[in-house]
Design a protein around this ligand. Structure first.
Ligand code: HEC
Length: 178
């Protein structure tokens, strides 16, 4: 055997094996890369699925949440008075009968509570309808008039107004910190 030839065969073989190993490594990397790409693909599918679910979701849902009651309904007569009526009725602005001025309120109260409520709800002369706050209910107006009369020293028999479909008298409202 010629050792020279042996060596060259050896070198060629090593080179060939190295090449194959390298090729295998490259193929492995490509496969791994494809694997990564492949693992992304199902995600894309789930996104499409989410889109489909979004498209076919029910139009309406049954909700057992309580409908929010109008804020004004919960206000007590005093709260409504402080929020709206006091602006004019404390100082007698525009000629409003002053809270606490019995002589100004007595002739008006002589008309009867229902008339006062009607006037306050619809407005009378310089007195704007509902004191200028249309969100107030008739019950709010009645409660605040009763409160205003009470502050003036005129006792109102609230029970004498049974025609009122008021959802709740002011006293029934849970005490709100003032
Ligand atoms: C912008 C000012 C103003 C506000 C706010 C206001 N009032 Fe008056 N109010 C008046 C004036 C002015 C009069 C007198 C009207 C008249 O008789 O010429 C009056 C009169 C009244 C009367 C007597 C009506 C009558 O028949 O004699 C009542 C009751 C009354 N207001 C209730 C209320 C209540 C309740 C509120 C709050 C919800 C309120 N007012 C808010 C200005 C106001």
């Amino acid at each position: 055997m010629n050792p020279q030839v042996d060596k060259s065969v050896m070198t060629t073989t090593i080179a060939l094996i190295s090449g194959l190993v390298l090729l295998a490594a490259v193929l492995f990397m490509v496969a791994a890369l494809l694997g990564v790409v492949g693992s992304v693909a199902p995600d894309d599918g789930s996104r499409k699925q989410a889109a489909v679910l979004e498209r076919i979701k029910p139009v309406a849902r049954v909700s057992f949440e309580q409908p929010k009651p109008a804020v004004a309904v919960k206000l007590s007569g005093q709260e409504v008075y402080n929020k709206v009526c006091a602006a004019c009725h404390v100082a007698g602005t525009l000629g409003a009968p002053k809270t606490g001025a019995k002589d100004q309120w007595e002739p008006r109260f002589a008309q009867g509570l229902d008339t006062l409520v009607t006037h306050a709800v619809n407005g009378i002369r310089a007195m704007p309808a509902k004191g200028g706050d249309p969100s107030l209910t008739e019950a709010n107006i009645r409660d605040s008039i009763v409160y205003m009369l009470g502050e003036t020293g005129i006792k109102v028999e609230t029970a004498s107004a049974p025609a009122e479909a008021a959802p709740a008298p002011a006293e029934a409202a849970p005490a709100t910190p003032q």
